[in-house]
Every structure is written in structure tokens, then in C-alpha cells.
Design a protein around this ligand. Structure first.
Ligand code: G4P
Length: 527
């Protein structure tokens, strides 16, 4: 195996999907503890600010330094290199989250054992299913009272439409939580409370049918053995191929707070989850072990210092190798750029890496030229696909406080739209500016960033738009006819695309029926 192929094979790139409060932050911390990226848990600043009311957003902005370095975390585990991508924690399901999930090869689903499958879990699983992303599951908070584990697995299967294969099975919960039993390999991993903040030795009891196991389970022993019979009869067995196809999820139990079980899921990611996968571009499929460098930008984030308007573009490497100082072609602009100061996210006592491979994420300093979805290569004209915009569901008309600032407003909105913070529409028939968002928090974020970064104050007015659809039509004449008829509801979006702003659901349905040659698209690929 070449050095490059070996490096690719070592990599695992994944994200955590969960409903707020299920324990994502706590698990992230424990993962970093295991990757020796931090010595003691509790040192990672919680990203709870995301959850606060919108008035706290400026405070959030001040803390961006933290969220930037934690939005991608790279650490070694066993003989592997793990890239953990943080999915944004906004209250609203955001496009950013979706795009982050396009940059991973697998995901870790975390459920609160007391609650089970929650709304955000469902939304995120829907996104994962679009690409059949393999999912490892972790049922958290076993140190509390949890729901019947069998019922939880049934819920995963029924609601999320994925087979659930328990790998471990919990022995009690809350004060009686005694650890987990490994179903296939017949051993108990013993839980001892009070070691949540450090790496500890794992205590194992070989074989359930042993005196030691009987002593450990005490009065619960017989009931547990009975339950296991039921579980083994009723549950799916783990199957590697079904897991890789996104049809089956291995399920683990534990407590992130108690630092128990998180290592089992990390082992599962390393042992079972795929190494960096091939990526589809418009022109061809790109293999991770190809010599030449390729990558795509899936996220742009404002930097710590809003005054400089410096932003970081996060790029997933799809093939080849990044080396400090290398030259890359920015395919959309056709320009060659030398990249000497890309950020890598190796978060350990060891030194920063100077090279990166497929599966890794690097951060490029962006002064407004890089857009989400952009592809970089060593010269080949490639465009990676699958990083779409979504039709927004919420709309506001922007009202400018100082009319003389309309140029700054347009410029600001254009840039924020490029970054993916909002979508902007310019109606054909008026001078209005309409903002579209997938989640309501986005509007406040945009207003406060316009004020801080562009010195423009604006407010919002309600507007009756039900949804937006990107218009596509190969028949020029039909398109013209349609454009004339529908002009009142047509707009150009921030990327220059013709968009239909439907006032109501009924109107949209009618228009789609009336204009069968016109495509009303709910998603749009970048470029
Ligand atoms: P999130 O990022 O998914 O939103 O969840 P986070 O890790 O912040 O966890 C949400 C709450 O659940 C936190 O409590 C956290 O301490 C708690 N938690 C996480 N894992 C476990 C677990 O295994 N057992 C128990 N009992 N609690 C767990 P909080 O009170 O909201 O915050 P904090 O003030 O304790 O940090």
C-alpha cells in the first residue's frame, strides 16, 4: 500500500446527530479525551451559547474563536485518524447542518435514553438517508431512569425506518446501572460511577455464565438472563453490509457524563464505519487514493474578527494530498491560488500537521471569493455535486433604516447569502429585498451581522410568501411565456437564478399543474 492509501485507510470522518440536550457536547468532550486531545474533560468550552435566546447572539459572535476551532476536530485514536465535524446547534434545523453531513462518511446518532427519538433526530436522519450514510447509535444517560430499552429499539425501527442491532445491552439503569453486556462476545463491561472526567481502565467480566457475573448482577441476574433471551430472539444481528448501506444501525448504551460507553461507539466507528468514500462530481467519480488533490467547500464561517470580514471556508479533501504552500485551482473562478496558511484541526499535544489527506478538513482564509459548493483541484475542471440550497420556508421583507445605505445593504446581503447565512431574493417587479430562511433564528443573526459588519441597520416586515421554487425550463419560448404571466411573483436570487415566490400552497400547486414544462425545484445545486 502506498503512503497515501495507508493514510486514507486510517481516516474516519463523522458527525454527531442528536436532538438538543441529548448529550452531543458531553460526548464530544469524551471523544476528545479518548483522542488525548484534552487531558481532563471539562476543558472544552460548551457551545451552549447556540441555544440561547437570539439577544445573546453577539455574545455568541465574540465566542466564535472557540466555535471555529471546535467545528472540526481531528484526533488520533488507536492507529486511526478521526475527524469529528460539529453540526451547528442552532435551534432551527439549518442548511449548514445539511451541508456538514455531506462532508462526512458516517454519523453517530445520540439519543437520550429517557426520551428516545425526538423531532430533530428524525430531521437529521432524513438528511442522512439521502446519502445512505452509515449510522452508529448511542443511547445516553443510563445513569438516569431510562425507558425500556426494547421499546427504544422498537421506536428507532418504527420511526426512523432503520434496523436496530444492539451490540451491547444495559444492565439496569439509574442507581442500579451496572454496566453493559456484549451480546455477541459474551462479556460484561463494568460501570463504576465517579470517573466521568478521566480516562480509566476498563473492567471486564468474562462470560455471563460465571460466578463473578452472578455476584455483580446480584438479585437482577435471573431477570437479566430472561430479558436477554427475549432480546436475542427479537432483535436484528449486526450485519456489516447492511450497516454500510445505511439499512441497519448498531446500538450501544452508556452514559456520556459518566464517561462510559463512548469508547465503544468510537471503536465501532473505527472498526466498522467506512474510510473516506469516493465522491461524485459532474464529470466523473473521484477516488480518495487518486494522486491529484481535489476538495469541495461545504461551509463558510465568519472569523473571530468581524471587522476584517475574514471568513474561513471549510473544505473536505476528496483525493490527493494537501501540502503547505501547494497551488490549487479554484474551479469556479478558474484562478490558481497558492495556499500557505490553510488551517488544519489537529487537536492534540502533538504538532500541527503540514499535510492532509482525503477525509480530512482544511480551513482556507476567504476574503469573499470562495462560495459554498466550490471545488478546488490541481487544474482539472471538476465540480462536486450534492451540496444544495434548500427552498426557504420563512420570508421577510427587509426595511432599511437609512435609505442612503442601500448599496451596503445589497453588498452585505449578497455576501451573507454566499456564506449561506440567508437567502436573498430581488423581485422583478419591485425594489423590495426579500430574505428567505430555513429557520427563524437566521433572520436575527443576519440583522445583527449587517449592523456589526456592514454598519447597516434594518428591520423586517412580514410578507405573504409560502415557499420559493427555482425555475428551470429547457424550452425558451415556454419560459418566456411563463415569465410574462408569473412576473408578479418572480424574483432573482443571490446567485442570479430565476425564482418563483409562491404566495400560497394552493397557488404553487396550481402553477405546477398549469405549467408542466416548467420545473419548480425545491433545491438548487450551487453552480
Ligand atoms: P447537547 O450538546 O446535545 O445539547 O447536550 P449536552 O452535552 O450539553 O448535555 C445536555 C445536558 O445533559 C447537560 O446537562 C449534560 O450534563 C447532561 N448529560 C449529558 N450526558 C449525560 C449523561 O450521560 N447522564 C446525565 N445524567 N446527564 C447527561 P445540563 O444540566 O443541561 O448542563 P450542565 O450545566 O450540567 O453542563
Amino acid at each position: 500500500m502506498t503512503h497515501q492509501a495507508a493514510e486514507v485507510a486510517k481516516r474516519r470522518t463523522f458527525a454527531i446527530i442528536s436532538h438538543p440536550d441529548a448529550g452531543k457536547t458531553t460526548i464530544t468532550e469524551k471523544l476528545l479525551l479518548m483522542g488525548k486531545a484534552i487531558a481532563v474533560a471539562g476543558t472544552v468550552k460548551s457551545r451552549k451559547s447556540d441555544r440561547h435566546a437570539t439577544s445573546d447572539w453577539m455574545e455568541m459572535e465574540k465566542q466564535r474563536g472557540i466555535s471555529i476551532t471546535t467545528s472540526v476536530m481531528q484526533f488520533p485514536y488507536r492507529d486511526h485518524m478521526v475527524n469529528l465535524l460539529d453540526t451547528p446547534g442552532h435551534e432551527d434545523f439549518s442548511e449548514d447542518t445539511y451541508r456538514t453531513l455531506t462532508a462526512v462518511d458516517s454519523a453517530l446518532m445520540v439519543l437520550d435514553g429517557g426520551k428516545g427519538v425526538e423531532p430533530r433526530t428524525i430531521a437529521l436522519m432524513d438528511v442522512c438517508r439521502l446519502r445512505d450514510t452509515p449510522i452508529v447509535s448511542f443511547i445516553n444517560k443510563l445513569d438516569r431512569d431510562i425507558r425500556d430499552p426494547i421499546e427504544l429499539l422498537d421506536e428507532i425501527e418504527a420511526v426512523l425506518k432503520i434496523k436496530a442491532a444492539p451490540i451491547t445491552w444495559p444492565i439496569g439503569c439509574y442507581r442500579d446501572f451496572k454496566g453493559v453486556y456484549h451480546l455477541a462476545d459474551d462479556y460484561i463491561i463494568v460501570y463504576t460511577a465517579g470517573h466521568g472526567h478521566e480516562r480509566t481502565e476498563t473492567k471486564i467480566i468474562e462470560k455471563l455464565d460465571s460466578d463473578e457475573a452472578r455476584a455483580h448482577l446480584g438479585d437482577e441476574y435471573d431477570r437479566f438472563v430472561d430479558q436477554l433471551e427475549l432480546v436475542q430472539g427479537a432483535c436484528h444481528e449486526f450485519n456489516q453490509q447492511e450497516f454500510l448501506d445505511g439499512q441497519l444501525t448498531p446500538v450501544f448504551f452508556g452514559t456520556a457524563l459518566g464517561n462510559f460507553g463512548v469508547d465503544h461507539v468510537l471503536d465501532a466507528v473505527v472498526d466498522w464505519a467506512p474510510k473516506p468514500l469516493a465522491r461524485v462530481a459532474n464529470e466523473r467519480t473521484v477516488e480518495p487514493v487518486e494522486d491529484k488533490f481535489t476538495g469541495f467547500v461545504f461551509k463558510i464561517q465568519a472569523n473571530m474578527d468581524p471587522k476584517h470580514r475574514d471568513r474561513i471556508a471549510f473544505m473536505r479533501i476528496c483525493s490527493g494530498k494537501y501540502e503547505k504552500g501547494m497551488k490549487m485551482r479554484h474551479v469556479r473562478t478558474g484562478k490558481d491560488v497558492r495556499i500557505g496558511d490553510a488551517l488544519t484541526f489537529f487537536s492534540s499535544e502533538r504538532e500541527q500537521l503540514e499535510e492532509a489527506f482525503a477525509g480530512d478538513i482544511i480551513g482556507l482564509h476567504n476574503h469573499g471569493t470562495i462560495q459554498i459548493g466550490d471545488t478546488f483541484t490541481e487544474g482539472e475542471a471538476l465540480g462536486f455535486t450534492g451540496i444544495p440550497h434548500f427552498a426557504p420556508e420563512l420570508f421577510r421583507r427587509v426595511r432599511l433604516r437609512d435609505p442612503l445605505k442601500s448599496k451596503q445593504l445589497r453588498q452585505g446581503l449578497q455576501q451573507l447569502a454566499e456564506e449561506g447565512a440567508t437567502q436573498v431574493f430581488f423581485p422583478e417587479r419591485s425594489n423590495d429585498i426579500i430574505l428567505g430562511a430555513v429557520g427563524v433564528l437566521q433572520f436575527d443573526v443576519v440583522a445583527s451581522r449587517l449592523k456589526e459588519e456592514y454598519k447597516v441597520e434594518c428591520s423586517y416586515e412580514p410578507i405573504t410568501v409560502y415557499s420559493a421554487r427555482w425555475i428551470d425550463c429547457s424550452d425558451k419560448k415556454k419560459l418566456e411565456e411563463f415569465s410574462n404571466k408569473a412576473v408578479e411573483n418572480l424574483a432573482i436570487d443571490g446567485g442570479g437564478h430565476l425564482t418563483y415566490l409562491a404566495p400560497t400552497r394552493v397557488n404553487l400547486a396550481l402553477m405546477e399543474e398549469r405549467w408542466p414544462d416548467v420545473k419548480f425545484r425545491a433545491t438548487r445545486e450551487h453552480h
